[in-house]
Write a protein that binds this ligand. Structure first.
Ligand code: FE2
Ligand code: FE2
Length: 324
């Protein structure tokens, strides 16, 4: 910083003319004083920004610790999530009208569902395919050493939360007595995962953030449609809402964490990519197109990311460290 003042001090056209009335030592002292004040102001602002940023991160880590409980990375567990699942397991849910297992499994392996499937089957297929896609992304990222657990407490929580998302989505499907076998995820999901992992990590952040934002839109749509479709079975509708809400709370946190790591340009790229990724992912899921319709997908992906709506919708249980 100090070095950048040197040309001004020694330049006859600017320094001598401007400071002509002052003795050279006084001009130098004045400039050094101005420079020092400017340096201190900038340093203070930088330190304040750094403190604010660290304070924000500390707050997010505290929220994660309270929400998730103690992490155990070796066992891929979070203490509170384990008790959450234990309480769900203690009150297993069985939907009244079961979905035909053979039809479900046959369609899970298909890119397009067979004609004539009802809304219930389409909803479970969309949920199962989201599960398979999450699992694919998590496992591939981990195999390529891109999960970084252990380096930072915040990343340990985020990584383990992603593991639980696959379990939560599988739990929705399990309420209907159905499994989620290890099938290949839809092409669009694989394309997004590979695009993210092909980029150098820092460069890939806006795209990762965009896919987290797109995930929020997808999971909210699935939650809302699930609630409508199973309205005549309140316990099932409530279980669907509970599991999707848990995922949404986590994903909003992930969106905020990525936005926090990016500068203004990175966040603009994240917002721009969000619309493209969300549209691409949702339109590539034929089950979603039938369940919610192309017009709803277009509406949901046209405007800005509805962060405030989502935060309100989740009753203050979600937290975003920064706005995308
Ligand atoms: Fe996730
Ligand atoms: Fe996520």
């Amino acid at each position: 910083m100090i070095g950048s003042w040197m040309p001004f001090l020694t330049c006859p056209a600017s320094g001598a003319a401007t400071m002509g009335a002052l003795a050279p030592w006084a001009a130098a002292a004045a400039l050094a004083g101005i420079g020092s004040v400017a340096v201190l102001l900038v340093a203070a602002r930088t330190a304040r920004a750094q403190r604010d940023a660290e304070g924000g991160l500390a707050r997010y880590v505290a929220i994660l610790a309270a929400r998730d409980g103690a992490p155990d990375f070796a066992r891929r567990t979070l203490a509170h999530r384990e008790s959450f699942f234990a309480s769900l397991d203690s009150s297993p849910l069985a939907a009244r009208a079961p979905i035909d297992r053979a039809t479900f499994l046959r369609n899970l392996a298909r890119a397009r569902p067979e004609r004539g499937l009802d809304e219930r089957a389409l909803f479970l297929l969309a949920t199962a395919k989201s599960n398979v896609s999450e699992r694919y992304g998590v496992e591939l990222a981990e195999r390529l050493g891109r999960m970084h657990a252990g380096r930072e407490p915040v990343l340990v929580h985020v990584t383990l939360q992603e593991h639980y998302h696959t379990r939560m989505l599988a739990d929705v499907v399990r309420a209907f007595g159905l499994p989620v076998p290890d099938v290949r995820p839809p092409l669009a999901a694989r394309a997004v995962v590979h695009a993210i992992l092909a980029l150098p990590e820092r460069l890939g952040l806006p795209l990762t953030g965009a896919s987290e934002m797109a995930g929020c839109i997808l999971f909210r749509m699935l939650r809302d449609r699930g609630r409508e479709i199973f309205a005549d079975e309140p316990a099932v509708a409530a279980r669907i809402a509970l599991l999707y809400d848990e995922i949404l709370i986590d994903e909003i946190g992930h969106v905020g964490l990525i936005a926090w790591q990016l500068g203004r340009v990175g966040r603009a790229a994240m917002r721009f990519l969000y619309r493209a990724v969300a549209r691409f992912m949702l339109r590539a899921m034929p089950e979603m197109r039938t369940l919610v319709g192309d017009a709803a997908i277009a509406r949901a992906t046209r405007g800005a990311f509805p962060l405030d709506d989502l935060l309100r919708d989740l009753g203050g249980r979600a937290f975003a460290l920064a706005r995308p």
